[in-house]
Design a protein around this ligand. Structure first.
Ligand code: ACO
Length: 431
């Protein structure tokens, strides 16, 4: 196959190099286009734009494939753990036993935050959204680690920032929750794993010790593995964009958390449950009404948890999580009418021509909220859970980018459509 494409502009022909990825994906390398032709490309929302070369995650949205570092997501969910997957994403290979032990030990070692930070939480009103607190706290954490903020870092400094953030963000998230319910902060315990410790910090009180059992731990572990990375999505691209100015990892992750908050991205898991609750309050069984609303272009209502920019087939993560959702509800003996509504809505949408023609399938967020609800995690913490899961992916992308010797600040261009050159008219004589 030819390694160049021909571009004809005003009778001039230009050679555009073709780049090919390891899975046969092809792209046109237009990095010299403006210099050669004076033209730029226009692709609002970047649906056809590759912003980088990356070796972390592969998605084939048409075939419903998701792999981290070449390993299929189903295999990882079955055999691995969130901690091991974090290592895989960040460092590029499965750890040896010694590497894994050292990594877990380092992450555990950094699970305290500066005691002064506790007072920050109490300054927020009780109703503050935990995503607001989380993004602010991740940025605030940087002030306690001035040695890790240098734009030029050694590998060791980068590793220190990575392990501190991996460990402390879950502490900040649990403390944000404790603040919202007015309970005392709880610290990690050395014998518990990463996620059990998070649940322990969330739900242990002076009256009751909480450690999740194996079914719950495994379901959460799988959910977090499924969320761990998804290549150049909105929040990961934000982390890369901010990091490309050589902003430190704390600032870059804080920005990623803000990007995730939106209801079209990570905020969808909260929006799904709110939508299902609305349908429940409206009698429960009237799926058709909501399907019709979603199809009506004059109605802003969308079927939350449906559709995806890259999956034009069943989201492979949704298929896995649906199974664990059933397991958790059965294990806890919960009959959740919201789940029945979710199943009914899914069935109605999947047989409706509007959804079939547009290839709109349930995404991972359609079922994740039902598991969180069963675990008594409040709705406004759902997106925080997503952020914790996505953390290793954000870190892996930041690391890949800053370690690339060819890294440049990201700076898209635009096609200007405003007023042409104009004169200033003093206010007294303006018409
Ligand atoms: N309900 C109803 N119609 C929809 C939905 C939906 N959830 N999603 C897309 N459509 C329609 C669009 O209106 C459009 O219709 P048209 O061709 O008649 O104009 C068509 O399907 C194509 O949709 P786009 O908006 O072009 O798809 P895009 O790739 O831009 O958006 C997105 C993807 C943002 C996820 C969208 O499907 C959506 O808003 N879904 C609901 C929110 C959601 O669940 N977000 C979570 C995404 S997963 C994640 O972030 C982890």
């Amino acid at each position: 196959m030819s390694t160049t494409a021909k571009l004809i502009l005003q009778d001039q022909t230009y050679d555009i190099p073709v780049v090919e990825g390891s899975e046969g994906e092809k792209g046109l390398d237009i990095s010299r286009l403006r210099a050669q032709t004076g033209y730029i490309t226009l692709d609002p929302s970047y649906g056809n734009t590759g912003s980088c070369l990356s070796g972390i995650t592969y998605i084939d949205g048409d075939a419903g494939i998701l792999r981290y570092r070449g390993i299929d997501i189903g295999e990882l969910c079955e055999h691995s753990t969130f901690m091991e997957v974090s290592y895989l994403l960040i460092y590029g290979h499965l750890p040896t036993e010694a590497e894994y032990a050292r990594f877990k030990e380092r992450v555990h070692h950094h699970s305290l935050i500066h005691e002064d930070m506790k007072s920050f939480f109490t300054s927020y009103p009780g109703h503050a959204h935990p995503m607001a607190i989380l993004s602010a706290m991740v940025c605030s954490l940087s002030v306690y680690h001035p040695q890790l903020l240098e734009p030029e870092q050694t590998q060791s400094q980068r590793d220190q920032a990575i392990t501190r953030l991996l460990s402390k963000v879950r502490v900040l998230a649990a403390f944000a929750y404790k603040r919202s319910v007015g309970e005392a902060f709880v610290y990690t315990r050395p014998e518990l794993d990463y996620l059990s410790n998070f649940m322990h910090m969330m739900f242990t009180t002076p009256m009751r010790e909480y450690v999740p059992d194996e079914t719950i731990r495994k379901a959460l572990d799988v959910l977090f593995i499924l969320h761990a990375d998804h290549e150049q999505n909105c929040s990961t691209s934000t982390v890369r964009m901010v990091g490309s100015s050589k902003a430190n990892l704390f600032a870059s992750l804080s920005a990623g958390i803000c990007a995730l908050w939106g209801p079209l991205h990570g905020g969808a898991n909260q929006a799904v449950i709110e939508m299902l609750q609305t349908i429940h309050a409206d009698g429960g069984g009237n799926y058709k009404k909501y399907i019709e609303k979603a199809k009506d272009k004059s109605d802003p209502f969308l079927l939350m948890g449906f559709g995806h920019r890259v999956y034009k087939n069943y989201d492979p993560r949704a298929a896995i999580i649906k199974k664990y959702c059933d397991k958790v509800l059965e294990h806890l003996g919960i009959h959740d009418p919201i789940l029945e509504i979710a199943k009914g809505l899914e069935e109605a949408a999947l047989t409706d021509p509007y959804f079939i023609e547009r290839k709109l399938y349930p995404n991972v967020d359609f079922y994740s909220g039902i598991i969180y609800r069963a675990l008594k995690i409040p709705t406004n913490m759902f997106t925080v859970m997503f952020a914790l899961g996505r953390l290793p992916g954000w870190i892996a992308h930041w690391k890949e980018m800053v370690e690339d010797p060819g890294m440049k600040i990201a700076r898209p261009r635009q096609i200007y459509t405003g007023e042409r050159s104009n004169n200033y008219v003093p206010i007294g004589i303006r018409p």
